[in-house]
Write a protein that binds this ligand. Structure first.
Ligand SMILES: NC(=O)c1ccc[n+]([C@@H]2O[C@H](COP(=O)([O-])OP(=O)(O)OC[C@H]3O[C@@H](n4cnc5c(N)ncnc54)[C@H](O)[C@@H]3O)[C@@H](O)[C@H]2O)c1
Length: 443
């Protein structure tokens, strides 16, 4: 498609959107203030481990369809600018808008006339109107006339980003109806995905809040259900499968999966964003803190399982070795942001356990910075002498682990903790036959 697009912020979302657009033949320039990230891409290195992402970015760079730079002047020749900088929250749940303010201050004076500006960064209701629009106005631009301002929340999940960008409907809203129409036409012409129009910017902002509020809440329910199932010696996965079989609303009951905990860059902060936004209008959202708290207990629940399992095997957790396999916040990503595996490791170390950490997807320097210790170079090194193998992120690379072969390396009577692998009944039997003791979350 003959359109020049600038993507501002080449983190997880910006890189994925840029890659998806380049794949569809769009010319993209990516702008990021992190010059190390830009240099890495120039050297054909990508610190984000997301299926297909490095290949698509490198192919785009090689063909010249994708350019990456730290120079904001590049946005001046773009017809469409997509903003995907980070929007964390502060301790009190308020938006930390520093990246967004910084990006808008650089962008606004450089925009060509009639640019379509699409914000993808997650903001609380009112964020686009109160933060982005004024930055444009300050640069002398009239929203809806000199610049078409749209908000289209990003809803993809790490590990499946490219697949979802090719398929997911895009929620579209605009400062005016005309802005929204232009954004809708852009997504249809480029990614070719359906669009879901929202009547106002605030409605689209709330769609994103609602999605992540629901997911966090649903996982909290699954986690508490797992705790009860564990206490009654029932497999929580059997219960969820059966419970999910009745129709409700326009789908089925859909209880998600319990795990070692919730992490990443969205679910731990977006619920707080809506909680704080509601408070500002005098509404107390009681469910948000409860779900957050439940999900935050899961790393500790997991450590309790590890320690109880070790004691049942006659081992003192102090002095026992635990190999944590999979450090990322979920399966098939190397993202360590707010990973629930960190409190697991911290508590084990505090209890005097020896801990080895291993994740083939995570950047080793980030592992060292996050966990205070270097990762094992190989699976074999990680598990050597281990009294417990805690599989806390079950990447594709771990599907082929031959536990029978590892038996010669681990300590006698080794515990396997399933934090997110959801091993099948057959696999659990196989583990038992090989001499391991299995323990899952609610299983
Ligand atoms: N990660 C996800 O799975 C996901 C999913 C949906 C939505 N989101 C939302 O998308 C947004 C981006 O998330 P992310 O995970 O990609 O964040 P990220 O932290 O991975 O990336 C942000 C990027 O923006 C760059 N940046 C910061 N300030 C800048 C500036 N002034 N100008 C140019 N670049 C700047 C940073 O260097 C970084 O590369 C957030 O609002 C997030 O909530 C994230």
């Amino acid at each position: 498609m003959a359109v020049n697009v600038a993507v501002v912020g080449l983190g997880f979302v910006g890189s994925s959107v840029a890659a998806a657009l380049v794949e569809r033949g769009v010319d993209v320039v990516g702008v990021d203030t992190d010059l190390e990230r830009i240099a890495e891409l120039h050297d054909r290195r990508c610190r984000i481990s997301e299926p297909e992402l490095p290949e698509l970015l490198f192919a785009g760079l090689d063909s010249g369809r994708l350019r990456v730079t730290g120079d904001y002047d590049a946005v001046g020749s773009a017809e469409v600018v997509i903003v995907a900088v980070g929007t964390p929250v502060r301790e009190d749940g308020h938006l930390d808008d520093s990246q967004l303010r910084g990006a808008m201050a650089e962008l606004a004076p450089r925009l060509a006339p009639d640019t379509l500006l699409i914000c993808k960064s997650t903001v609380p209701p009112g964020g686009t109107r109160e933060l982005v629009a004024p930055a444009l106005e300050r640069a002398g631009l009239t929203c809806g006339e000199d610049v078409a301002l749209a908000f289209c929340p990003e809803r993809l999940a790490e590990g499946r980003a490219l697949r979802e960008l090719r398929e997911f409907p895009v929620v579209v809203s605009g400062y005016t109806d005309k802005c929204a129409t232009r954004a809708a036409e852009f997504w249809q012409a480029t990614l070719g995905v359906p669009v879901i129009p929202c009547s106002t910017l605030e409605a689209a902002e709330l769609v994103k809040m609602a999605d992540n509020w629901w997911i966090d809440h649903n996982i909290a329910l699954a986690n508490e259900l797992a705790k009860v199932c564990g206490a009654y010696d029932v497999d929580v996965l059997d219960v969820i499968k059966a419970a999910n079989s009745i129709p409700k609303g326009n789908g089925n009951v859909n209880i998600l999966l319990p795990s070692v905990g919730v992490g990443g860059s969205c679910l731990v902060k977006d619920p707080w964003m809506i909680w704080q936004a509601a408070r500002q209008r005098g509404i107390d959202l009681a469910t948000v803190p409860v779900a957050r708290q439940v999900n935050d207990t899961m790393p500790h629940y997991t450590v309790d399982l590890i320690e109880a399992g070790l004691r049942r095997l006659g081992k003192d957790p102090a002095g026992a070795k635990v190999a944590v396999l999979g450090l990322a916040f979920k399966n098939d990503t190397g993202d360590l942001r707010a990973t629930p595996t960190k409190p697991v490791v911290q508590r084990l170390l505090a209890a005097g356990s020896e801990v080895s950490v291993y994740d083939p997807l995570a950047v080793p320097a980030e592992v060292t910075a996050t966990f205070g210790q270097a990762p094992a170079a190989t699976l074999e090194e990680a598990v050597a002498g281990a009294d417990c193998l805690a599989v806390l992120a079950h990447h594709q690379q771990f599907h082929a682990i031959d536990f029978t072969r590892l038996k010669d390396l681990v300590a006698p009577s080794c515990l396997v903790i399933d934090g997110r692998a959801y091993y099948s009944r057959e696999k659990i039997e196989e583990l038992r036959r090989a001499g391991y003791t299995y323990q899952g979350i609610g299983r």
